[in-house]
Design a binder for this molecule. Sequence first.
Ligand code: ZN
Length: 571
Amino acid sequence: MVLGCKKQNTSGKNFTTLFEISNGTETPEYSDVISYYKELVDTYAEISLFEMGETDSGKPLHLIVFNADGKTKLDEIKHSPKNRMLINNGIHPGESDGIDASMMLLRDIVQSDSLKNKYKNTLISVIPIYNIGGALNRNSHTRANQNGPKEYGFRGNAQNYDLNRDFVKQDTKNAAAFAEIFHTVDPDVFIDNHVSNGADYQYAITHLFTQHNKLGGTLGKFLETQMRPALESSLGAKEIPITPYVNVWGSTPKKGWSQFFDSPRYSTGYTTLFNTFGMMVETHMLKPYKIRVEQTYELMLSMLDFTEKRSVNIKSLRARVVEEVLSKNTYPLTFEINPEKEPSLLQFRGYEGEMIDSKVTTGKRLFYDRSKPYTEAVNYYNEYRSKKEVTIPKAYVLKNGWSRVIERLDNNQIEYSRFKKDTMIKVESMHVKDYKTRRNAYEGHYLHYATEVSRDTVDAQFSKGDIFIPTNQRGIRYIIETLEPEATDSFFNWNFFDTVLQQKEGYSSYVFEDIAEQFLKDNPEVQKEFEEKLKSDKDFAKNPRAQLNFIYKKSPYYEKAHLLIPVFKVY
Ligand SMILES: [Zn+2]
């Protein structure tokens, strides 16, 4: 907190928060958070409040904006030459640290002339609580391992979705409202505040920056070599040790760990699609609430300090990204840890852990001994490389009628035009060759993965109304990563195109026998292929059904839409 800062202003309104009154043990209810910001808006010219979209709870999402120059106009934010920071809180409302830290941060800035002046070149946009439905579902138990606050909200939203998996698929109204805020602000920097589960160690706060190789190019390099070290040393100067998010589950961090890979379903993976520097903050569940909130507050100040100073630099890097992506010709869809690079060494401050007999179950349990702190070098595998790349087309064409996809393109301000008349063009088509599907429900879906497509160049007929999506635009990465079926969080993998996986028409064998016979006579090349398969494939030779089906699939009777992705690439 800013020491000596007065919380009561001349109007007599008291802006001391519940967190402070309770000595760092409580977080306010949703309605109290919103009333607090409304009072702040009424009292200080530099704070503005907007209602943006609706959430599944029925309540609107709010956006608070600090602007040292006075009230802000919504449509002017993204054109502002200032450093634009967006802070998201309460995506998991049980992890309320950012909710309290942001309330104090904005108050302290507007109440201090020196801070107002210090951040005069920054627009600080804050979502007070993103998961409103979850925040209204208050309790004291669902964060079983967490050390405060006394009461808090629940992880699932009003429809029990985890909003931090919903940024691409947008099953919730929250995600659509978030997209509206995100594209209204077009943040240079994005912070998403969380509390971590997992291993025990000495740190009260960890940073989870978007994976730098995936962010890629000059942005990724800037993140890894400048932004991250600057944040770490700024917090170090405040005597707040910080480490990369400890991505360790079920064992101790001594063996090292790999960087969390934030695909676009996650907040920072999504913001990367629009070339924003994204980070999640993960405070540690076992540390007292007061310390976690105070360190979240200090981290946000440190990010403000760095980005305010480097704003021109950051903006010029962001402005070049589309050109940079297009100049590469290919685009990475999936990543793996780079085996050719040595892991980084972290001087890690942990607690000795051992496996001891459980007093509850018949098994062993992991026990961290806090009386045995250590500082040791551990391996941190934070270099990834692309595993699969695709050629970037000039444009994608999406068949009209896939309205749920078009709706998401619209929500993300993707530019496209519609065919004015029926048109024949040469395109690359994509057929689903292979994929796996999760056996258990995951976020309202049975998600596909390990998807492979075959690609053919064809002359395809498009109809008036089909949409033509050029890649040379701000959302190029969003377009590729949602429309390429093999990308981790593609619309295909999230089940948007599942209807093409099912054949709609078929045949009766006794009727098709005669058609097949004639078809083979008329098509000697298929006849030849058929005979070779009979010779080379023993199972096939014993399976008359498969044989007839082989001929059917070669014939014009087999429906063209089966396994065909309704997205085409134009070079
Ligand atoms: Zn979280």
